[in-house]
Structure formats: C-alpha cells, structure tokens
Design a binder for this molecule. Structure first.
Ligand SMILES: [Zn+2]
Length: 262
C-alpha cells in the first residue's frame, strides 16, 4: 500500500484490504499483461493499460529469468480495478480515507480509483512493483525484510526521489540514520513516530537503489534469487556482493559513503 509521504500514517502494513466486491458493473479492457476493470471504460481504461505496460517493462527488467511465456499473460494477467471515486473505493474496499490504492498479491490485482492523486506515476508503478517483487522472491518469504520490498516499490516512483534523497542526505550528515539492523527489525510501522517512518521510506529506497545501481543489475538479481531460495539475508548479501561488502555493517558503511559522495 502506498501512503502519501507527508501524511505518513501508522497503517502501512495493515491488512485492511478486502477482495474487490462484485458490486459495481465493471467495463473490461484486456491487454497483454493486464486487464483493466473500470466503471467508465473507453479512453481512460486504454490510458491505464498503456501506462501499465510501460511500467511493467521497466519493472520486470530487473528479474532476468522470469518465465517470459506465461508470466502475467493470458489467464495470469494482472487485474487493475479502478473505482469511479474515492468514496466508492473506500466504501467498497474498506480502505482508509488516505489510501490511494493497494495491491493484493493473492489475486494479483491493483485497486485504486479515478483521479487518485499521482495514480499513473506513483500508485501504479509502486503497487505493480510490490506484486512483481513479491512474486519473484515468493510471498511471505521471511528472509526478505519489509524495507527491501518497500524500497523496491518506492524506487519505481521517480517523482518522489529528490525529496526522499534529501531526507537521507540530511540524516547521514547528522548521523541520524536508522541502522540496517534496525530497518530489518521494522516489520511494521505501527507505533513508529512519523519521523522514523519517513526515514524508513527514504532510506529503504536509497539503499535499495544503491543495491540495484551500484553494480550491473546481475548483482541485485542474484541477491534476489538467493533470497527467493531461502538463503539468509546477510549470507545472500555476502554471496552476491562479495567484492563490495561482506556483511550488513559493510553495506551500511558503503551506502553512507555513497550518500556523502553524491
Ligand atoms: Zn508499498
């Protein structure tokens, strides 16, 4: 679920979602990897479809060995439900007022509403990234920390990057960052003060991008494969980034140096 960063709420990992109800009459628009269900069909649905395919190409490129022939094709297509209004979305899904959208891995679907702020550039890529990432590393994989899942999703939202990187830069300069050990332990943001929650998001995307971009993509892919295969987090890190860092502490030091340099 994506939360607007300035209204950071405490419900990040809450499990509020209900399956999409059969209530409204949906117009169905089918594409290669997606089926869009909207209460208004036509050009809006086509725009959603076009944008979704663009994000799909950019997100799946990190995972080289997806079974290309049937991943999200035909009967496995991802469903995108767009309610007519926020009010309808809230009442039908049980989501809180501030929610702009959510993804449900079990039904491989993304749910939002028409005119949701930043739908095309934030909500859609963010929720899609959660689905792709969780499917790749296997749902409920205990070796995958929340910050990595969230960091990968936020990293797909290019429009929030500058602000979050600024938060990180300041925190590093003041020596106020959350340690990676602490991030690993934060499986929920319930009870976290807003500042820690913001820092959690900001660092999550920064460290994840450091892991993705610091080397060619094969390192990150290998890291994710090892996690998927049940290798413990630090071991997976060591085995995939051997030349760069041999421990969580090393990763943290390298990342901090990287932030200071940029
Ligand atoms: Zn998220």
């Amino acid at each position: 679920m994506r939360i607007r960063l300035f209204t950071l709420a405490l419900f990040l990992f809450s499990m509020l979602q209900r399956p999409v109800s059969a209530g409204p009459a949906w117009h169905e628009t089918k594409g290669k990897h997606f089926i869009v269900y909207a209460q208004e069909g036509g050009s809006f649905s086509n725009s959603v479809l076009r944008k979704a395919e663009e994000h799909y190409q950019s997100i799946t490129r990190y995972f080289g060995n997806l079974p290309k022939s049937d991943f999200w094709s035909w009967d496995n297509r991802c469903k995108i439900y767009i309610y007519r209004s926020r009010a309808e979305y809230v009442s039908q899904t049980g989501q809180p007022e501030w929610s702009g959208g959510f993804a449900d891995v079990n039904s491989r679907s993304i749910v939002s509403f028409q005119n949701a702020p930043d739908f095309f550039d934030s909500i859609l890529p963010h929720e899609m990234a959660h689905l792709v990432f969780r499917e790749f590393v296997q749902l409920n994989n205990r070796e995958v920390p929340r910050w990595l899942d969230e960091g990968f999703a936020i990293a797909q939202e290019t429009n929030v990057r500058t602000a979050l990187d600024e938060t990180v830069r300041k925190a590093v300069a003041r020596n106020e960052t959350l340690s990676i050990g602490r991030l690993n332990a934060m499986s929920t943001l319930h009870q976290q003060p807003t500042e820690s929650a913001r820092l959690f998001y900001a660092q999550a995307q920064s460290i994840t991008r450091f892991l993705i971009e610091g080397r060619d993509g094969s390192y990150f892919l290998n890291f994710c494969r090892l996690l998927r295969d049940g290798v413990e987090f630090e071991d997976a890190l060591r085995r995939s980034y051997r030349r760069d860092f041999g421990s969580i502490d090393d990763l943290e030091k390298s990342w901090r140096r990287h932030v200071k340099r940029h």
